[in-house]
Design a protein around this ligand. Sequence first.
Ligand code: AMP
Ligand code: MN
Ligand code: MN
Length: 361
Amino acid sequence: MTEIGRAAGAALAERPVSDGTGPSEADWAAAVAAVRDLTPDSRVLLICHVNPDGDALGSMLGFAFGLRRLGVRHLQTTFPGPPEVPEPLRGLPGLDLLVPADEAWLDPDLVICFDAASASRLGTLAGRLDRVGTTTVVLDHHASNTRFGGINVIDPAAAATSVVAEELLARLGVPLDAEIAECLYVALATDTGSFRFAMTTPAVHEMAARLLATGIRPGEISRRIFDTRPFGAIRLYGDVLSRVQLAPDAACGLGLVWTYATLDDLTRHGQRPYVLEPLIDSVRCAAEADVSCVVKQIAEDEWAVSMRSKGGVDVSQVAVVLGGGGHRFAAGFTGRGSATEVVDAIRDELDRAVVPTEDQR
Ligand code: AMP
Ligand code: MN
Ligand code: MN
């Protein structure tokens, strides 16, 4: 083992062991071997989910830097759909490694997928996993993950895919540096809601400490990622929030608060769709509702739905039934019809999904 490898091994010994629902030692070993088996000529394609968020892009780019440090020369990172990185993520290091989906190699030797619970989240790139001769590794933290890779390293207890990525880099003997750390930090901060959500365990803060120890600047990163919007986006938020509705009877009385945004709203204010992502955080504040959702138009009869729960409902169940996925308290799907029809479908499923507590029975 190299000096680097020994140092990484020492750090690993202090990590909490998986609680049993996470990856087995055999899964980790297979993922490590997939990287170790690469030759200087090998081509590695990294893919994250459509409409990438901070965790998708951050874990993928952070891992890409790690592969670079290991001497991997032929490396592409990509995601399906328009090759547009949301403005708040345009300060991430490593964006020069991104290629549009239609330029991604058709026959890579190794494919590694990040933060995608199912192959459908990879859109047109899902086909890259089917080729004979291509090794496929899935790194993820969604409980609903369909284990669509040849090698699956899935930890539903992890707060972000970047937690899994950091562990794999450590097992590969790659020391953290500022570029890797910034990517993984953005991913971790995004998926924990800036270290506020329930998954923010001591291990999450320990990982954040390791990342910050490389010298990255959390104040600057947070301002860029969370606290910078175009003026037009703020006007747009005003319009969308002014039509928020409360349905106290929904979800067997736990309550639903919801709103919608149309393509016309975006056009009127000259904004791109990703500016709508933070809106769910304002809507979910309503004290009167356990469940919240924002229904965002993506085509004439097509809506991207974000759902959140404060704990009374497992919204991933609702999302899975409606064709999507996610986590217990944060999930999504693509809805069809009008905004009202999409919300009606959610309300129907919510009534089925809620398990009434003692005093509601
Ligand atoms: P969002 O509301 O977009 O922040 O997504 C919340 C969670 O739901 C994330 O973990 C996503 O991966 C998941 N999710 C959102 N949209 C979909 C979809 N169309 N299909 C599967 N999972 C989704
Ligand atoms: Mn994601
Ligand atoms: Mn994630």
